[in-house]
Design a protein around this ligand. Sequence first.
Ligand SMILES: [Fe+2]
Ligand SMILES: [Fe+2]
Length: 168
Amino acid sequence: MGFFSKDIKSLDDLFVHTLQDIYYAEKQIEKSLPDMISKATNPQLKQGFEKHMEETKGHIQRVEQVFQMHGVPAKAVNCPAIDGIIEEADEVAGDVDDKQVLDAALIAAAQAVEHYEITRYGTLIEWAKQLGRDDCASVLKQNLEEEKATDKKLTVLAESKVNLQAAQ
Ligand SMILES: [Fe+2]
Ligand SMILES: [Fe+2]
């Protein structure tokens, strides 16, 4: 955003800006997932991350589709929030010695990422509807549903196995 002129003047501008934000976030997540996959020990967790890696590639494509539908170029803007979440995850993971405890840390980090995505997509969907773009909203909703499903699976895995093993 410039100092002399403010770039976001309308809800439409804000929608596009937030779409650029989640576009950046999804790309950063795509870059960080291989590391999460390689660090995970629990086979279900590893598989879950692998599956979400594929889904994330789809999320990027859907966001690109929404840019196109909305008639603006696909562009990413820096998102310090997701950078911070990923950076903190790396730091904590680097400090954990025990493999089971590391799995618990990876789940916690992944859920922070999912919750960030969930909040962004929730907002984008509502704004798209407000802007009369139900078509864009329904594409974004597909991403939201996959983020929510991933978050739920991580909760189940943590509560049923990983946290118990980490506590032993
Ligand atoms: Fe995503
Ligand atoms: Fe996600």
